[in-house]
Every structure is written in structure tokens, then in C-alpha cells.
Design a protein. Structure first.
Length: 158
């Protein structure tokens, strides 16, 4: 390369704002990583429906799950989905989203029994005679958030 060309490239490099960032962007493009636009498929497509699993008292009033059971609603949902998946797989290798009401109730009963075993009796609100597990579905339709009536999956007396 000519000395004049090298001098011009050096001058350009020193005038270039954010030159280290420019090198990083070029390197990421070469290795097929477009940070901050990285490909994370689990976040690329949101369903129009989401559900929550929670435990309530005999009146349907939600209980403070961390306080009463040593774990939260997200753990209950994961346990429920796991049990539901086992049931639907055994009944014809179907997806858990295709579960019928009886399968959902059976999975809820299993989870509620497990959670009943981990209950902290001293933290149960007074007047609570039974616990129930519910599944509540929220749906985004026409830009509006709506929810369905909570589905009672199982109940267990205390």
C-alpha cells in the first residue's frame, strides 16, 4: 500500500466517531450476531393468550402463595404444566394446549395435593377451611385485554 493511502486511512480512523464500536459491529456482522438485535426465538412470538395458575381459599380469594406454601404462582404454573403434559402425552401424545377439562382437573388435583403437603399451617389465613387451585386465562383480542372466568381445577379440605 502506498504511504499516502496509509496516512489517509489512519487519519480517517482517528476522525471516526465511536471507532471501537464500529469495529465491534463489523465483527458481529461477520460472525452473524446482530447485537442488540440478536435472535432469541423464545421472545420473538407472543401468543394472544396467557394463563395463570393460583391457589385460593374456599371462597376463591387468592392466598399469598409465598407466605403460605413457600413458593409462588409461577412455580405452581410450571408444576401444573408438567403434570398436564404427562397426562396429555399418555393419552395420545397430544400437546398440553389440547387438554380437555378432565385432564386439566386431574393435573390440578395432583399439583394441589403436592402443594397441600408443603403448606405452612401457621400462615394460613384464619377462616380458611379449604384450598382450591384455579387456572385463569387472559386474552388479547382486537387490541383489548380480556379474561375468562377462572377455571376451578381442584379443591382440598384443610
Amino acid at each position: 500500500m502506498e504511504p499516502d493511502m496509509i496516512a489517509r486511512l489512519q487519519a480517517f480512523w482517528h476522525r471516526l466517531p465511536f471507532r471501537h464500536l464500529t469495529v465491534l459491529v463489523i465483527a458481529l456482522l461477520v460472525i452473524k450476531e446482530q447485537f442488540p438485535f440478536s435472535n432469541f426465538p423464545m421472545y420473538s412470538n407472543f401468543d394472544s393468550e396467557a394463563d395463570v395458575v393460583y391457589i385460593a381459599n374456599q371462597n376463591g380469594d387468592p392466598l399469598a402463595m409465598d407466605e403460605v406454601f413457600r413458593s409462588g404462582s409461577s412455580t405452581a404454573k410450571k408444576a401444573y404444566k408438567k403434570e398436564l403434559g404427562k397426562l396429555t402425552k399418555a393419552a395420545g401424545n397430544r400437546d398440553s394446549n389440547e387438554a380437555n377439562a378432565d385432564e386439566r382437573k386431574a393435573a390440578g388435583a395432583i399439583v394441589l395435593s403436592d402443594w397441600h403437603a408443603n403448606i405452612k399451617p401457621k400462615n394460613v389465613p384464619s377462616g380458611t377451611t379449604a384450598i382450591r387451585i384455579y387456572r385463569r386465562t387472559f386474552e388479547l383480542k382486537d387490541g383489548r385485554l380480556g379474561d375468562q372466568t377462572p377455571e376451578l381445577l381442584a379443591e382440598k379440605s384443610l
